[in-house]
Design a protein around this ligand. Sequence first.
Ligand code: PEP
Ligand code: MN
Length: 338
Amino acid sequence: MIITLKKETPQEEIDRLIDQFEEKGLRVNIIQGINFNIFGLVGDTTQLDERIIQANEWVDTVQRIQVPYKLANRVFHPEDTIVDVAGIPVGGKEKIAMIAGPCAVEGDEIICEIAKEVKEAGASMLRGGAYKPRTSPYAFQGLGSEGIKYLNHARKETGLPVVSELMSVDKVDEFAEHVDLIQIGARNMQNFDLLKAVGHINKPILLKRGMSATIEEWIMCAEYILSNGNPNVILCERGIRTFENYTRNTLDLAVIPIIKEKTHLPIIIDPSHATGNWKLVKAMSLAAIAAGADGLIVEVHCHPEQAYSDGMQSLKPEKYKELVQEARLVARAVGRDL
Ligand code: PEP
Ligand code: MN
């Protein structure tokens, strides 16, 4: 961290600041300029809040050199993290994880039917929300524990590991027991109590990017989970809000190489919520794999026109099958496979 102090800063204040940083275990290199005094702080500056330093009347500028995350940082963990989801590897250089299923679990029979269809098409995991974060309180809220039960039935029928969204801390035990990959949705990305709670368990966590979150804010949320003891974090880009409203969100594909450079965590793409339109899902899926994504999570429903939620962005199984076939070709072209 580089701190520039105003020229007229009293010597006592300079000494006080040096003591304050040294007490935190940092080394302070001082450059005495003509118009400024410059402090170069060496050591673990993740503990410092630059906005608090900036509050000092003698401080002119504060510039962070080191990013504020440690455990997610590729610098301290050069090799890719591969998260094992009930035997399915997510991350690394070889395999691409294919997660598919309905937005919401709507019943026992339908989730088992969709599970069989997506498995047949080539999916390696089944998604389905049992607790749904809906914009309207009048919209379908999910089947709750019943939904988790049906999801488990579908797992038993197909052998596919299951992915479902956790919305509150009081359901952590239920999810730890019955869900293979626990999703933290976009709306809860910065629910810090929830992040801490899933940090205390050992199950894989799928952390979706908040719709208005910067990349650094998102990585800091992963850092919450990692720093509470759970190393099994998978990131998921699901589109962000921009001025464009032709699509539901704007898919930020550039985050794939950025996340890969900045962190060692796997990143998957959700082209369904990112576009809100089933017609755009295949193209964005192929682009994501070409850009280096470690997986896709795609909404699939046997009868999208009757779906309780997100039917407009759900693929029919035959369309999903087509997507998988083309995804395999792109994966092979970039030295990977499904
Ligand atoms: C979902 O996966 O069904 C969902 C609600 O996603 P997001 O949190 O990305 O909106
Ligand atoms: Mn959905």
